[in-house]
Design a protein around this ligand. Sequence first.
Ligand code: NIG
Ligand code: FE
Length: 398
Amino acid sequence: MSDLPSTILVDDIGTLVTNDPALGRGAVGEIEDAALVIEDGRIAWTGPSGRAPAADARIGAAGRCVLPGFVDSHSHIVFAGDRSREFAARMSGRPYSAGGIRTTVAATREASDAALLDGARRLVREAATQGTTTLEVKSGYGLTVADEERSLAVAARVTDEVTFLGAHVVAPEYADDPQGYVDLVTGPMLDACAPHARWIDVFCERGAFDEEASRRVLTAGMSRGLLPRVHGNQLGHGPGVRLAVELGAASVDHCTYLAPEDVDALAQAAARPEPTVATLLPGVDFSTRQPYPDARALVDAGAVVALASDCNPGSCFTSSLAFCVAVAVRDMGLTPDEAVWAATAGGARALRRTDVGHLAPGARADLTLLEAPNHLYLAYRPGVPQVAAVWKDGELVA
Ligand code: NIG
Ligand code: FE
């Protein structure tokens, strides 16, 4: 039995972001001079401080901001090795290439399970100290049946949101037989990996998997009960977004190069009970010197937009969603409210989760206390550590 008090009152909150418009002002459901009550790891009550009910324990927020923990719906943190020199070369003008993935594949295959787990745990911890309370984790640096399966086993030790990405790139052994690699991914690799994962993903891009191969991978995973998500439109225009919408994927991620038809498709998908979310990865465009997608156009068209880190050693080695929020506001046309929503509630939509990403009664008590009076400071003070405390399921984790 835990000896935690069963109800905890957090009061004197300068700004509480609930992400529930019924509870407060604007799309982020903002309440000023607010309080909330946590009971058994869930939110039991939110409202003005003056009306807060009594509780077994009290935490005073001293006028600071409380918001939902970030929901980072896209990461590749099971890996070994380092690609900092590749990053430096890119900054000197060398373009990003998906071929760099093979460098990490070689290092990951060499690494022990314990080393992979240690690395993943360190990054989960790093993300948590920056306010991330839900983190999706993909495989994709093994590319053999055994190495993909053990990558997923490691991922499952650190998160419930596990994604099988055997179709990240064609494994080096199959360079001359890409069809054969798709047969492997959709056959024996899927057999071994499906029990460990919730999601199936594919890198639908020139140089990785074309539309037909991507459809094969996704539908094979779906036939085994995995839910689809897609890496698409990262390095150029292509079929990824439309394929994701066609298959009812929870999310299509990157969306750096969008044609008007892609924006339309995402807008139409937003009207469905379970939309295909456009998950933007500002850190990738930053770290690969790609153009930033027009998030403003997506929101104005009615698409559901999420922000995620894509934390990985190649295209973007940040775990900071605060950084992603700041870039999305500065360079992608989101308002601070929209960007904070996208990194919390948007991420939850991209993972088809209703228990995280908001702080209405019944939601998980996953919350961040900022060393700031309101959530605008996440974009207003870029690069400054502002997370004072983080709770997950009502327990202090950072
Ligand atoms: O999401 N786009 C494909 N995969 C990763 C990059 C992986 C890497 O470069 O190692 C991404 O950006
Ligand atoms: Fe990715």
